[in-house]
Design a protein around this ligand. Structure first.
Ligand SMILES: Nc1nc2c(ncn2[C@@H]2O[C@H](COP(=O)(O)OP(=O)(O)OP(=O)(O)O)[C@@H](O)[C@H]2O)c(=O)[nH]1
Ligand SMILES: [Mg+2]
Ligand SMILES: [Zn+2]
Length: 288
């Protein structure tokens, strides 16, 4: 399938089996209705190549403007100190948009102190890969997961996203060691987004996920429990089928009981209650 990898005004760069070609939207089609990530059908018109048809999208993100994202690679590292709250939010964001989250723990050459916690708490609910952009450890395993998918990288600053992308692509396409520019943008300016391709690996270059505001999560507070795969097996044993594991009595909530006796991680539960509260406040604000 041909895929839009770059867009400037009404010029579209489309990856085809014969390489990347420049295309224009067909006469009646509006350029602003076509996004990077769109799967399209091309045709020749006189000496031009035109986009004739856009396939149905499986998702569409607004910030950054990107269609059909399959996977979100969430990067953590021992240095800077891992922020699991960012991880949990990015994971929820992924699920809400039908994107598969993958947890990558980078900088294995520095320390493996994170690995036990990640293996215990996150491995049961998502794909986890331990890597080092510096030594190349784990990079082949990560590349394997990225094949034939459109992926984007997210995570705190300086965890090594750019270093990993460069290592995977085998060339420098992302600047390392620079604090990514947080350019002030006007309300209506569109964030630029581009897809880099290397054989069957497609990576969307975007800074849009780093500072994810929880109010952007398109999840109503009362559905939050359903997004916690690790809580679902306990939930069937909560007294009420719609238990939120928040204000319910501990004796009637299997999740709270499991947190108390150490079967579920306390810190992740605390993050859960925090996110729940934020989503609830947002709900109250918007629904009176
Ligand atoms: N020791 C070690 N250092 C690494 C590794 N990966 C990246 N680094 C270093 O960590 C620093 C930050 O890496 P970047 O790739 O720029 O981090 P980033 O996540 O892209 O940061 P932002 O663009 O600010 O979001 C750089 O100095 C890298 O050289 C690794 O596996 N091991
Ligand atoms: Mg970077
Ligand atoms: Zn419960």
């Amino acid at each position: 399938m041909d895929i839009v990898v770059k867009k400037i005004a009404d010029n579209f760069w489309v990856k085809t089996k014969d390489g990347i070609v420049l295309a224009k939207p067909r006469g009646t089609m509006k350029a602003r209705g076509i996004f990077v990530g769109d799967k399209v059908k091309l045709n020749s018109l006189h000496s031009d190549i035109v986009i004739e048809h856009i396939e149905k999208r499986h998702n569409l993100l607004i910030r950054p403007p990107l269609a059909n994202l399959d996977q979100l690679v969430i990067v953590l590292s021992p240095m800077p100190k891992p922020d699991f709250y960012v991880l949990d939010k990015l994971m929820l964001f992924s699920y809400a948009y039908d994107i598969e989250p993958i947890l990558v723990v980078n900088k294995q050459d520095l320390s493996d102190e994170l690995n036990d916690y990640v293996t215990e708490v996150y491995k049961p609910i998502m794909k986890v890969v331990l890597v080092s952009a510096k030594t190349g450890y784990g990079i082949e395993e990560l590349k394997f997961l990225l094949r034939n998918k459109l992926s984007a990288f997210a995570g705190q600053s300086a965890v090594g996203k750019s270093a990993l992308i460069n290592s995977i692509m085998g060339e420098v396409i992302a600047k390392e060691g620079e604090i990514s520019k947080k350019v002030k943008r006007g309300k209506n300016t569109t964030r630029h987004c581009e897809i880099f391709c290397k054989e069957d690996i497609l990576i969307a270059d975007t800074a849009g996920f780093t500072s994810l505001d929880e109010t952007l999560l398109p999840i109503p507070y009362y559905e939050l429990p359903l997004y916690y795969k690790d809580y679902l097996p306990y939930m069937s044993r909560c007294r009420y089928s719609d238990c939120k594991h928040i204000s319910e009595d501990k004796a009637e909530c299997a999740v709270k009981t499991a947190v108390c006796n150490g079967q579920l991680d306390k810190a992740r539960y605390n993050r859960y209650t925090e996110i729940y509260k934020i989503l609830m406040d947002k709900w109250v604000r918007t629904h009176g």
